[in-house]
Design a protein around this ligand. Structure first.
Ligand SMILES: [Zn+2]
Length: 307
């Protein structure tokens, strides 16, 4: 549903990251009014809200993206890029090293705490219940730790808190066992013995979608995520660059289905452009600041619609 161009012009944030105090307050006021109006229109029909989160949300909890230099991994004299380590091929060739890399990442994720964006999405879930769905590209499990319910949190790239059999039982998620180490030390025999399928004793693998694998429904909720986006009243994209395939398809599907697009991102990317181009909103800023604002506006719109 198109919103007025004047609203859009105000919401298109100026490039500089620093605002004069008065200018900033003015912008926040305009954002709130525009948000409330757009959400009231979009949610009047009773449709669903889908939120899609990406690395920007985790980064504010101190978790690096692992796609950049932080993800590089040295084995002997060779340096591997994340796109080489996070593959079935690497796991087949050097399973211990791939596990070591994941245990290092798992340690970082476990030290991180959910932030205000994670918590605000829990509040939205509590306010909306079945009318809300959270889809995340993040594998750190922070949404679940914050309190988002597993049945309404689709982890489309997996979750490092789980592993799966690398053999016959690869459809079954197994919680990561308590390990004596989650750092970058070489795998001990004890750890190696714990990283196995409880059913058959075969080596286990991390429950993450690797670069040389495809999305699927059973493990990663591929079709369900696309279907939810296609039929939603509102799609909020948060801290995601639009670089990966499924998120881009979700945004296109939501737009085709007439859903209101709201993008939260400090930088203007393809999703901000898609939102602005389709009469939606781009809130330029960090997730920890903007998600609580959008979450409360969604709860207000739903409560007003129910009266
Ligand atoms: Zn097995």
């Amino acid at each position: 549903m198109p919103c007025h161009d004047s609203e859009k012009a105000h919401l298109r944030a100026p490039r500089p990251a620093v605002y004069a105090a008065g200018e900033y307050n003015f912008r926040v006021t305009v954002e709130l009014d525009a948000l409330d109006a757009a959400l009231a229109r979009a949610l009047a029909g009773g449709g669903r809200v889908v939120a899609l989160t990406g690395a920007g949300v985790s980064a504010e909890s101190g978790i690096p993206t692992f796609r950049g230099p932080e993800g590089f991994w040295t084995v002997g004299s060779a340096v591997y890029h994340p796109e080489e380590m996070a593959t079935q091929a690497a796991f087949r060739a050097m399973p211990d090293e791939v596990w070591r890399w994941y245990l290092y990442r798992l340690g970082m994720c476990r030290h991180a705490q959910p932030n205000a964006a994670h918590l605000a999405l829990v509040d939205v879930d509590r306010a909306l219940g079945e009318r809300f769905l959270l889809v995340t590209q993040n594998v750190d499990g922070l949404h679940l730790r914050a309190g988002s319910p597993r049945e309404r949190t689709y982890q489309i790239h997996g979750n490092v808190d789980f592993m799966r059999c690398a053999g016959a039982h690869d459809r079954e998620l197994v919680a990561m066992p308590a390990l004596p180490q989650v750092d970058d030390a070489p795998l001990s025999d004890e750890v190696r013995r714990l990283l196995v399928c409880p059913r058959c004793g075969e080596r286990a693998r991390p429950h993450v979608l690797w670069f040389d694998e495809y999305y699927d429904e059973e493990l990663y909720r591929f079709e369900s995520s696309l279907r939810a986006a296609a039929g939603c009243a509102v799609l909020v994209t948060i801290g995601t660059s639009g670089a990966t395939n499924l998120p881009s398809q979700m945004v296109m599907a939501a737009r085709r289905g007439g859903g209101l697009l709201i993008d939260i991102n400090p930088d203007e990317g393809p999703f901000a452009e898609a939102a602005l181009g389709g009469g939606g909103l781009w809130l330029a800023g960090p997730a920890t600041e903007k998600v609580p604002i959008v979450g409360q506006a969604i709860a207000r719109a739903v409560a007003a619609g129910a009266r």
